[in-house]
Design a protein around this ligand. Structure first.
Ligand code: AMP
Length: 283
């Protein structure tokens, strides 16, 4: 497995699959890499993992500074999962001070739904920048994204369409701990007690499956979080799956939908989501 540091090195790669990450890899990332390896079977460049903690997508400088990092462990995980190369650029490589690139506009799914962009203003500008730049530096024909960051996954789809990029977006299911908590690099910040409370997030998503209407599902999710003592909730909502706009009750049976939650536990911002379908009354 090669470790690459510069755009000069990546530009010489043959066509490949890219798995963009911010490192501190866990079993969810490993699944993404294995999926990437599978999707690279017809490509000489194999699966390339990028590890870059992108400052432009953090609206809180303390969150950026304290983001967990462990490159040696990450390189070992990438090798075990079958990556052909790992790209570890520094900030100047991604954002060269001498030649500021043209940044893409944020597609509407990154700002109209009023989800992530409310609690993290500017976050998706940063995500669009880093993705545009990674797609420019790494000759990937496919890129793998986790459903765990669902709005980001929709944004990646919209970005390649908007920018007319020949990159196919591949989505990967969310990998969870045994008790349902979605794996996240941020979970290491939870206290033992917070770790127990955090289970309520995936529980709320599961309980919402019993609801007949979007409003009922949202009520169930909020009640489940409150019961567990999770009161700092950014959103617990049912949205249309594609554009993440509110789901009209009349459309609930026909339009594919998603339940999405973002809430704080121990001051750590946790995200999760799941497909949602109304539970129809028995005839
Ligand atoms: P991050 O390093 O957190 O920016 O995540 C890099 C990629 O891994 C993104 O596409 C995430 O959606 C994905 N990812 C993070 N956690 C999980 C998980 N638990 N299951 C599947 N994919 C994940």
């Amino acid at each position: 497995m090669r470790v690459l540091r510069t755009a000069g090195e990546t530009s010489a790669l043959p066509p490949c699959v890219l798995v963009p990450t911010m490192g501190f890899l866990h079993a969810g990332h490993a699944e993404l890499i294995r999926l990437g390896v599978g999707h690279a079977s017809d490509l000489p460049g194999g699966c390339v993992v990028s590890i870059f903690v992108n400052p432009s997508q953090f609206n809180d400088p303390r969150d950026y500074a304290s983001y967990p990092r462990d490159l040696d462990r990450d390189l070992a995980s990438c090798e075990r999962a079958g990556a052909a190369a790992v790209f570890v650029p520094d900030e100047h490589e991604v954002y060269p001070p001498s030649s500021p690139p043209r940044w893409p506009a944020v597609p509407s799914v990154g700002h109209l739904p009023r989800l992530e962009e409310v609690g993290r203003p500017g976050h998706f500008e940063g995500v669009c920048r880093v993705l545009a730049r990674l797609f420019e530096m790494v000759p990937c024909v496919r890129a793998v994204f986790g459903e765990k960051d669902y709005q980001q996954l929709r944004l990646a789809h919209a970005l390649v369409t908007q920018e007319n990029l020949a990159v196919e977006i591949v989505s990967a299911p969310t990998v969870r701990e045994d008790d349902g908590l979605a794996m996240s690099s941020r979970n290491v910040r939870l206290s033992p007690e917070g770790r127990t409370r955090a289970r309520a997030i995936s529980l709320a998503l599961r309980r919402a499956q019993g609801a007949r209407t979007p409003a009922h599902a949202e009520r169930i999710m909020l009640d489940t979080l409150w019961e567990a003592g999770i009161s700092r909730i950014e959103y617990a909502t049912i949205r249309r799956q594609d554009d993440l706009m509110p789901l009209d009750e009349r459309d609930a049976e026909t339009v594919p939908a998603r339940a999405l939650i973002t809430a704080y536990v121990d001051g750590t911002r946790l995200l999760d989501n799941a497909p949602w379908r109304p539970h129809l009354a028995q005839p």
